[in-house]
Ligand binder design. Sequence first.
Ligand code: PLP
Length: 411
Amino acid sequence: MSLFDQVPAVPPDGTFALVEAYRADDHHLKVNLTPGIYRDENAKPWVLPSVKQARAALLADQSLNHDILPQLGHTQFLSAARQLAFKDTLDGRFVTSIQTISGTGANHFIASLLASHLHPKAVWIPDPTWDNHQGIWRHVDPGIERRTYPYYDENTFGIDGDALLSTLREQANPGDAIILHACAHNPTGVDPSPELWEGIAQVCEEKGLFPIFDLAYQGFATGDVDNDAWAVRHFTTRSSGNNNNNNTPLEFAVAQSFSKSFGLYSERVGALHVVARTRDGAAKVDGVLKRISRAEITSMPAFGARIVAAVLHDPVLEAQWRQDLKTMSGRLASMRKRLYEELVRRGTPGRWGHVLTDIGMFSMTGLSPEKVAAIKDRFHVYLLPNGRLSFTGLTEGNVEYVAESIYQIVV
Ligand code: PLP
């Protein structure tokens, strides 16, 4: 008998389990199209040249010590992170920024802050979404309802904007939180148009919702960090009273990850920014976030934050980094084109045009969970069970094999 006999048996995490299965698979043609982790043209991890240079300089710096960081995190990192998200849109706004354990930690901190002090009845999560949104909110407070709002329309491979807006308008309650993917939506690769973003902002204002932007792929949608921050900056500026709308300015949060944009997957570099209407509100948020951080982490890890700060505070390295983003997004775009060509060349049943117009790392293939299982078993090609394909694992060397495998499975 153990005290833990009564603990529920938790099934393994689906994504990690697939990665393990892929590792254990010894088929010579296996292809991993599951992870949201950038791979180079040989399907190998890629260290960004800008990161490599900043890292080398840091390691060569004999004066570098290992003192603890300030409570909010690495100061230059935080100023650069804030600038990257908001640029010059923060006039008249009061923002609290804290370093976090990557995007996951930022999502977790804001969930903790809201759950313990604003007590939302529900959090609205797009359908579909990154699995961990459910997991984080369940973990923080299982008492907060996790409701989904319609997002992806499988028939059009686009967003069902009307359903999205009407669901929120009719069913959300004042004070509810809503998670919004700032760009390069995971898993669909489809983002709202500027008009739809305006509609979403308006519903949030009308209903008194608290938006949480999940900004995990800045630079991956268009290759340009400023274009990719459009939605975040739109919320900031429309809330500053510059846009002639009479609604109370929104307060909202941005959960920012540097895993993808800097290729720093293992360093866990992130930030949470909370935009408040008043100085006093921002000061209170500052206090609560410091308390959460103290209780959970005490102090954030420094190395990854130092790399990001070094890149973003050096014009030459920053220019290189912007080029690195173009290299990554460009490779993914060219793999989209190649897969599309190979699918169409074979006359693969289905509509594939969205593969070209989707953005970021992912597209939905429309393959059912059964077909996803079949393509894994027969061809050793790994996708997520919801049919999401990550272009990061596609290369010139395997794209024809992948297209042929999809063809064989759907024909
Ligand atoms: N948000 C989204 C939408 C993601 O897809 C991911 C990672 O896949 C994250 C947040 C968090 O990633 P990390 O904790 O590595 O920054």
